[in-house]
Design a protein around this ligand. Sequence first.
Ligand code: FAD
Length: 486
Amino acid sequence: MTSKDGYSWTEAQGLRAGVPSIGVIEPPTNVKSADTVYDVIVVGAGYCGLTAARDASLAGLKVLLLEARDRIGGRSWSSNIEGYPYEMGGTWVFWGQANVWREIARYGMQDELEISYDFSRGINKYLLSSPQGVQTFTHEEEDALMQSALAKLVNVDGCLGRTVVPFPHSGVLTPEARKYDHMSVADRLAEIKNDLTPNERLCAEAFVLLCSGGTLETTSFYEFLHWWALSGYSYEGCIDYLVKYKFRGGQSSFAIRFFREALASGNLTYAFNSPVANIQHGGDSVQITTRAGKTYKAAKMICAIPLNVLNDVAFDPPLAPGRKAAATTGHVNQCVKVHAEISDRDLRSFTGISYPHNGLLYGFGDGTTPAGNTHVVAFGGQHNHFHPEENLEHTKAAFQGFAPMSIQRLVFHNWSRDEFAKGAWFFPAPGLLATHLKDMRARERNIVFACSDWALGWRSFIDGAIEEGTRAAITVRGDFAGRAKL
Ligand code: FAD
């Protein structure tokens, strides 16, 4: 099946909108009657909505899952092109992420992971490109440089940030944490400007921007400390948790298990291609209307719509002021993630930073395609932001910013122009979490709001989406407690 989402380019086919994916659901709906009143309607079929819909339907609730797109997975999905999965959004998972690992074990997928890096051949180097030229390091030197740069950045307490974020899964921001949330990474870099070598500065800045997809000024220093704490307070941990282990069959091979299990319960009704336009929730039920004018009713709703697009749906009564303000501020991540299939086999083992001049700032060899070509994945963001489909020559030139390469194919999803995401993974500007984390998580009458964007632990990760979907289903089950079928 081909999704409407994503782009691919080859010399022979030119730029094409839409890429094949096993995450596309066919038939797009199994709704039988427009009159059914559901126990719960889940809006959004990303990992959060999928988890919530599965857990609620397995608990015996009558569930309707509504999704704007033609596919499951939301911001985590893979295309399947010539036998190879390109990850369009969320990719890497790790056994240290408790929610994700519980699900991987549930579906017996422990042996379906592979390691992105292969430091065995060819240009087996770290290439650090800046306007001053290209410097070449071994991967061991890369690790040492990154560790020393990031250690200086996070070491606000002489314990590498441990006293600021001692419990990274806690929902309570201590006064110190709040202080750092009001500070940007640019502010922190100004404090340590005399401590960093020029290379450490390049590495620290590029790594932070890789994490936030924003600019140094719009990146909350606290949230970076939070990622660092979750990753075990080390650069080695960051690599393990953030960018190393991925599914051989792609993310959609994982997401589809959630959907199939929910469907097998016999309690799941679903409708894809169904963007929700408005939600009325005044009385003791919820009425949801799609852009096409279809109306659905339920006792409860789980709203798994991301922060940056929440204000595009009309709520009656309106969203609580704190939530509305958080959605108006939004998160800052405008990550540009692009894949290139290149014929240069020697580049399988490179990693590189190309900063601050280039459109793509971090890239590396991420796999070998069935044709024997190298797959390179690269990331940009709000810094030097561009839309990859707008000017393919610019996009290809951004890859050459790492090393000369012969590009055979490009694959990407433009998350900035995606009307159901308006950005990539959640990353807050200074002040958003200190002011609104509680608001984003609060319930409103019969609606439970759940999304990776306001998870407590791996907020902005697949793990956080599953954490939130689990919480939402438990909350709604609690509402029905005492009912005979539960
Ligand atoms: P989403 O996946 O966004 O799901 C929300 C769903 O709601 C979507 O399907 C959307 O279409 C739907 N929706 C929106 N509006 C409406 C509407 N009006 N009506 C109906 N439906 C609507 N995480 C990791 O763990 N590891 C990674 O390596 C990683 N890399 C990433 C790289 C990129 C480029 C991106 C974009 C994300 C990455 N993430 C990664 C983050 C991860 O993908 C997300 O945090 C997670 O998938 C979010 O899940 P969610 O269910 O909370 O939200």
